[in-house]
Design a protein around this ligand. Sequence first.
Ligand code: KG4
Ligand code: ZN
Length: 327
Amino acid sequence: MILSIESSCDDSSIAITQINSLKVLFHKKISQELDHSIYGGVVPELAARLHAKALPEILANASEYFSSLKAVAITTEPGLSVSLVEGVAMAKALSISLNIPLISVNHLKGHIYSLFIEKEAIFPLGVLLVSGGHTQVLSVESHDDIKILASTLDDSFGESFDKVSKMLNLGYPGGPVIEKYAKNGDENRFNFTIPLQNSAQIAFSYSGLKNQVRLCIQEHKNDLNEQTKSDICASFQKTATAHLIQKLKKLFKKNSFKNFAVVGGASANLHLRNELKKLHPNILTAPLEFCSDNAVMIGRASIDDFKNQKFCAIEKLDINPKISTFT
Ligand code: KG4
Ligand code: ZN
């Protein structure tokens, strides 16, 4: 069995995965969303303190598996440095005390493997990764061959939902609450411009759209009732998604994928899933519970490395907070 730890942002999570059967034997996650909600975003120092409290609590529940563990898998990149180090410290302590090797896991690769929980992986695969930190289109040839085909020039897709939510005082994380408001809204009431629509560049940008929403909120500050908020959310969600779809259409003319997947926290968005289904006949998605950050996907991503004995020496295991490529 492999014990995996995820603490790159605001979720503390530990999982145990059986190596040969891929079965998940244990999973617990403590999310800090409520703690950060009043600030409208993740406060790194608070996140670190909460990880330091939550991770040992979760680990205590997994102690019955300790004698069967063959490795510890740990998210080392990318993420908030103060959050990553909490998980890494625990992983190192487990490695020493149980005398088992460490596997360093890239968080973004973890999101790709959220598609294959308790399943064999399917490669090659095109992937749209939409999270709070990243918006990327990837060509995944194999476990060790992942190329970035497109990425955002500024904010990420999920982050733009968080920022719009903050501007409307709807709390953090913004994605689920904006999606909920959008259901009662008129997506055609506000005509936001789709970013980069006249540019041939295959890239994403969300800062301009965020600014359009900010101006719209200012203009309607005297009638910002529930209906107006819902209409803003629906119009924003429609435009943010249309931007992804427009650029993917362009990309699909150059790169064709037999299978195409959407992963990451924002891949839970049903409007996005529906629009993608219109674009590509084989859209793979992860179960909703594994779209946002979790240690199960980290454990699943580590299995190939375990089989290839790709371990990381304890003195070399370090965090890499800013990296946005795949190692
Ligand atoms: O993958 P994730 O849990 O953390 C990162 O690795 O960043 O993604 C979190 C992001 C947040 O920005 C959140 O607002 C967004 O995913 N999100 C959504 C939805 N659910 C979560 N965005 C749009 N629609 C949703 N339903
Ligand atoms: Zn993530």
